[in-house]
Design a protein around this ligand. Structure first.
Ligand SMILES: Nc1nc2c(ncn2[C@@H]2O[C@H](COP(=O)(O)OP(=O)(O)O)[C@@H](O)[C@H]2O)c(=O)[nH]1
Ligand SMILES: [Mg+2]
Length: 152
């Protein structure tokens, strides 16, 4: 299983998505610090909202195999500048959250403009779309030869 770092503004649904991916019922829990768990790394929204803390996210990406930029379908702006995915040397995917709340296409356009080639759509309350994210993390086709050879 690849390890996923979740990045996005406060309230966009990062922690709820971690709960949904683990098969838990969504319950509100303020994220006060970086949270490292089995295959997920959750970040406080303030890290993405504050320029200085944002630099730390680039460092935390080294702990992950995949970085996810999250935007909620009903967000009225994007925090992520165009082509920001090139700042990290990890695969970066986009995730549109709260797809039950609004048309997700605007958030998808923002994520693609930021450089995300793959975008997933989720509703963490019903877990719609979460299977596809889990499958992405199980997918080993992007592994290098060295990684494959060292696996038992
Ligand atoms: N309707 C709906 N609400 C959601 C969804 N995901 C998260 N929320 C709600 O959005 C609020 C903020 O979510 P949270 O996961 O704490 O955001 P975070 O700050 O990015 O970790 C909570 O009240 C969640 O219940 C979703 O897919 N649909
Ligand atoms: Mg949170």
């Amino acid at each position: 299983m690849k390890r996923l770092l979740l990045v996005g503004r406060s309230g966009c649904g990062k922690t709820s998505l971690t709960q949904a991916l683990r098969g838990e019922q969504v319950h509100y829990q303020k994220t006060q610090s970086m949270v490292f768990d089995d295959f997920l790394i959750d970040s406080p929204g303030e890290y993405a909202e504050n320029h200085d803390l944002g630099a730390a996210l680039a460092l935390y990406s080294y702990e992950a195999d995949v970085v996810a930029l999250l935007i909620a379908a009903d967000d009225d702006y994007s925090l992520f500048p165009p082509c920001i995915t090139c700042l990290v040397n990890r695969e970066v995917i986009g995730i549109v959250t709260k797809i039950d709340k609004a048309d997700p296409r605007r958030a998808e356009r923002w994520l693609r403009l930021s450089g995300c080639k793959t975008v997933y759509f989720v509703n963490s309350v019903t877990r719609e779309g979460t299977e596809a994210v889990l499958k992405h993390l199980e997918n080993n086709k992007n592994q290098t030869k060295i990684e494959q050879n060292t696996e038992k």
